[in-house]
Ligand binder design. Structure first.
Ligand SMILES: C[S@@+](CC[C@H](N)C(=O)[O-])C[C@H]1O[C@@H](n2cnc3c(N)ncnc32)[C@H](O)[C@@H]1O
Length: 281
């Protein structure tokens, strides 16, 4: 099949994106990134997408890739959609079931570590942190609570670290009593309070490389609405890495509509209050 120039350009960028971060854009979904590609080309001073494409293609062929530009492409083409307490039920299950279970199981070493993999602009790990603060309010100094939040997008991580959110971001999920307890108003925005920030450590991590970079084990792993964008083979590979990063007795949580790419002999699936949980025996 002969591709048009536009199709050739988009196929090139789709292949590039899949290589860098695993996100798979088929030609039918290319309309999703078309506008962003134009914007990136313009911001780097190219008057047409074709010239931008030719430059990047040549850079790749001659091994002179501009890492700043690649970073910008990834930042603009990843899907950041997120919100505080997204889907509500997983956070209720965390509060009502998972934390009481961990509280009991970890009563000796009193260390609980949670990984939010693909944390976007911070709403997911901060929602987890607020639930931890609620649950452990009287035991806070007796427990070592840690949330590791990682993402591939530097601009997402920058925003997450600042912890500043607009009224509309707050309006999408933050209960009013949490707003007054865990945020302070700053100009026309809301800043997450230090006690919440203190529980979360943000880091850059490309999940494709996680297998070689993550050696720690976690009690809970949230990887919600991240794997859906990957091809089946990449999904399986990352899923295996996440599974290997889970402590025994630990639990992995996906997005509401997501299925486990693969099951393991030590995996036990439970559905509690509409949330599917994958426990490691
Ligand atoms: C749709 S958001 C989901 C955010 C959050 N987990 C939630 O459910 O609200 C997907 C996130 O995955 C990140 N992401 C995509 N590919 C990634 C990769 N290869 N490594 C790490 N993060 C990635 C994106 O930057 C984006 O922030």
């Amino acid at each position: 099949m002969q591709l048009t120039l536009n199709e050739k350009i988009f196929t090139f960028f789709a292949t590039l994106i899949e290589k860098i971060c695993g996100i798979s854009y088929s030609l039918e979904k290319i309309y999703l990134i078309k506008g962003e590609l134009y914007k990136i080309a313009q911001s780097f001073g190219y008057e047409s997408l074709e010239k931008f494409y030719l430059k990047i293609r040549d850079d790749f062929e001659t091994g002179k890739v501009n890492s700043h530009l690649l970073r910008e492409i990834v930042d603009r083409l990843v899907i950041n959609e997120t919100q505080f307490f997204r889907d509500f039920h997983p956070f209720e299950v965390l509060r009502k079931y998972l934390l009481p279970k961990l509280f009991w199981e970890k009563r000796k070493d009193r260390k609980i570590s949670i990984w939010s993999a693909g944390c976007s602009t911070g709403q997911e790990p901060y929602s987890i942190a607020m639930i931890l603060l609620e649950y452990f309010s009287f035991q806070l100094f007796n427990y070592d609570l840690k949330i590791w939040a990682t993402d591939i997008s530097f601009s997402n991580l920058e925003k997450a670290k600042k912890g500043l959110y607009s009224n509309s971001e707050i309006g999408r999920g933050v209960p009013v009593h949490f707003l007054f307890k865990y945020f302070k108003s700053k100009n026309s925005e809301w800043e997450i309070r230090e006690e919440v920030k203190a529980l979360v450590k943000f880091d850059f991590l490309n999940l494709i490389e996680a297998e070689k970079k993550v050696f720690e084990k976690f009690d809970l792993i949230f990887c919600r609405y991240v794997l859906i964008y990957f091809s089946d083979s990449i999904k399986e590979k990352i899923w295996e890495t996440l599974w290997n990063s889970l402590n025994s007795g630990g639990c992995l949580i996906l997005g509401a509509t997501e299925l486990a790419p693969k099951s393991f002999p030590d995996m036990e699936k439970k559905i509690i209050d509409k949330v599917t949980l994958f426990f490691k025996k």
